[in-house]
Design a protein around this ligand. Structure first.
Ligand code: DAT
Ligand code: MG
Length: 148
């Protein structure tokens, strides 16, 4: 089963959106296999966002993502990487469709509430950056037979 890395960013935690965001993925039918509230070190932030290190906003991005607690999660399900990106909405909340997380709760690109892996490769990389193997659980739920 496919897995992705999702994270409620510091703005989402401050705005008390953890429950709302977890609820959306639960209701969709995805399964939570790991989660933790944590504060990201500068070193981890720079690794996580390494693909953006030449961008002009990189310094502000690292400062923001390390500025307070984040809620890091691994979710599992069929096509979860692409579907979670759709549920998040476009990177810039001003362009994100209503009904998406960023469209419903975000205002500006630098405070866009949630991170989600954008490919199988980045999901693998990000999950292993944030979680040890023994922090991820495999289990089944009775309702899985109603979802699939
Ligand atoms: P996404 O988070 O949708 O994968 P991304 O990988 O292109 O988007 O960028 C990572 C984060 O960097 C994004 O969530 C918010 C920030 N960011 C992107 N473009 C930005 C910009 N033009 N100005 C400021 N911050 C930006
Ligand atoms: Mg990205």
């Amino acid at each position: 089963m496919e897995r992705t890395f999702l994270m409620v960013k510091p703005d989402g935690v401050q705005r008390q959106l953890i429950g709302e965001i977890v609820s959306r993925f639960e209701k969709k039918g995805f399964r939570l296999v790991g989660a933790k509230l944590m504060q990201i070190s500068t070193e981890l932030a720079e690794k996580h966002y390494a693909e953006h290190k030449e961008r002009p906003f990189f310094g502000d991005l690292v400062e923001f993502i390390t500025s307070g607690p984040v809620f890091a999660m691994v979710w599992e399900g069929e096509n979860v990487i692409a579907t979670a990106r759709q549920m998040m909405g476009k990177t810039n909340p001003a362009e994100a469709a209503p009904g998406t997380i960023r469209g419903d709760y975000g205002m500006i690109v630098s405070k866009n509430i949630i991170h989600g892996s954008d490919s199988e490769e980045s999901a693998k990389r990000e999950i292993s950056l944030f979680f040890r193997e023994d922090e991820l659980l495999s289990y089944s739920r009775p309702l899985d037979s109603s979802i699939y």
